[in-house]
Write a new protein. Structure first.
Ligand code: EPZ
Length: 420
């Protein structure tokens, strides 16, 4: 059982580079299966969800190699549908395994896999994914915890998503790129990682227009060609480090990013009294005390991302006054509050809203990551707290943060990972 020990009170100062986005790479890696031949992916994050995907691709017959600099080569010439049943174990381990359904439906027209796993932050149905596959002409059976999608052929269609869904947008795009005719997806997700998957597919020869807007149009093509592609910087890791800098009254420059992807976080941090200075491909965050209270509501991009509400909640614990978070995306994403209360925070959760009454300080103690982004929030709370905290549930953090302990240590944090 690994744990992370943090002794708070140290300002984060210096520079940090951001690696490729988890939620883009988890869509692009399966998408390489649609390209017959050898793709080269640069700036790939080294996280456990990606390692599960590498295992699945190898079991399907792909030759996957990785270099120390985050470059991954995927040769798919020997991929066949014969081993689909062998990737069930990995499919259960994460939410993003659902992209194997759209990809393998598009490639082989028949796929049966367990329903996906993932962080326990809500019901997380996949009805919109299924709506899209059926619109393309697939039959989709759900039974005994499995999804079985199959079709003689896939034909372009029009799909209106009832809810804005990152996963459904990417998944139906993966199923539609090789379909016959044109597919129109409406009320789609516009997150930077959705755009990045579309950019990868277009570079490989797909015909996708509108990614990043409310409507995506896909004209089916016969085949995709293997390409080299550099994964976009991780918006959520960047936001996590921005909040950590503000939480420690620090001065941190975050490089190799697209600042516009962080507009909502920059705006909220400025409201709380931090300085955020933008450059072409970097952001500098300078913390100031006292932190001021604010209110935020999570929304699909370009709204405030749900994946960063938990780190922001930590800041609100010590802001001078009353702050509030309304979580509109997931029904169960305030479990981390219980851990903050152990540290001395004063927070009341009522339905999908949490109200934070600022206290003078948090006090370090044993705390637990209850999901991936809650884990990042625990680290930020420990950085800010007086005394030492011991964080467990590190396996959640490993799912999405490539190098968070070393990155923070290099910025001056008193942080240590202990693997037993
Ligand atoms: C993706 O999850 C991300 N995961 C999540 O990041 C992120 O929090 C979420 O998008 C929102 O941005 C990956 O990309 C692997 P959704 P996903 O479909 O696709 C409802 C992290 O920490 N919905 O956009 O599961 C759903 O219940 C993780 O990196 C349906 O009702 O999210 C939710 O309320 C956590 N039916 C809302 O839509 C569906 O078919 C948004 O979910 C699909 C979703």
């Amino acid at each position: 059982m690994s744990k992370i020990l943090v002794t708070g009170g140290k300002r984060l100062v210096g520079e940090v580079n951001i690696v490729g986005a988890k939620n883009a790479a988890l869509g692009i890696l399966p998408a390489t299966l649609l390209c017959k031949g050898e793709c080269v992916l640069e700036n790939v994050p080294d996280i456990s969800d990606m390692r599960h995907y590498e295992t699945m691709l190898r079991k399907l017959g792909a030759n996957v190699t990785k270099s120390a600099d985050g470059t991954m080569t995927v040769d798919t010439k020997d991929v066949t549908p014969d081993a689909i049943s062998e990737i069930e174990e990995e499919s259960r381990m994460m939410r993003a395994s659902y992209y194997m359904i759209g990809t393998l439906l598009g490639l082989f027209k028949d796929v049966r896999l367990p329903l996906p796993g993932g962080c326990d932050i809500g019901a997380r149905p996949i009805d919109q994914h299924i709506k899209g596959f059926k619109a393309l002409g697939a039959t989709v059976d759900l039974k005994e915890g499995y999804i079985h999608a199959y079709a003689d052929k896939l034909v372009g269609s029009r799909v209106y998503f009832d809810v804005v869904s990152v996963g459904a947008t990417i998944n139906v795009m993966l199923g539609a790129v090789l379909a016959e005719g044109t597919t129109t997806l409406e009320n789609v997700a516009k997150e930077p990682h959705v755009v990045d998957v579309a950019n990868f597919l277009n570079k490989a020869g797909a015909k996708i227009v509108g990614a990043g807007t409310d409507v995506i149009k896909i004209t089916g093509v016969k085949r995709l060609n293997p390409v080299s592609y550099c994964v976009v910087a991780d918006q959520i890791t960047t936001g996590t480090y921005m909040v950590a800098a503000a939480a420690t009254n620090g001065d941190v420059t975050i490089r190799n990013i697209i600042p516009e992807h962080l507009d909502s976080i920059s705006a909220k941090l400025r409201e709380m009294g931090a300085e955020v200075i933008e450059d072409y491909d970097s952001l500098r965050v300078i913390g100031h005390t006292p932190l001021l209270p604010t209110k935020l509501k999570t929304l699909p991009y370009p709204g405030f991302p749900t994946d960063l509400q938990q780190p922001m909640g930590v800041l609100m614990c010590v802001a001078k006054g009353q702050s509030a978070i309304t979580e509109t995306i997931f029904e169960n994403r305030f479990k981390y509050v219980d851990e903050l209360v152990k540290m001395g925070a004063s927070v009341i959760v009522a339905g999908n809203t949490a109200v934070f009454n600022g206290v003078d300080k948090l006090t370090g103690c044993p705390i637990r990551a209850t999901d991936l982004r809650a884990g990042a929030a625990m680290i930020i709370a420990a950085l800010m707290a007086e005394g030492t905290s011991e964080i467990t549930g590190v396996e959640f953090i490993d799912r999405g943060y490539d190098n968070i302990v070393n990155d923070l240590k290099n910025l001056g944090a008193d942080i240590e990972r202990i693997d037993s």
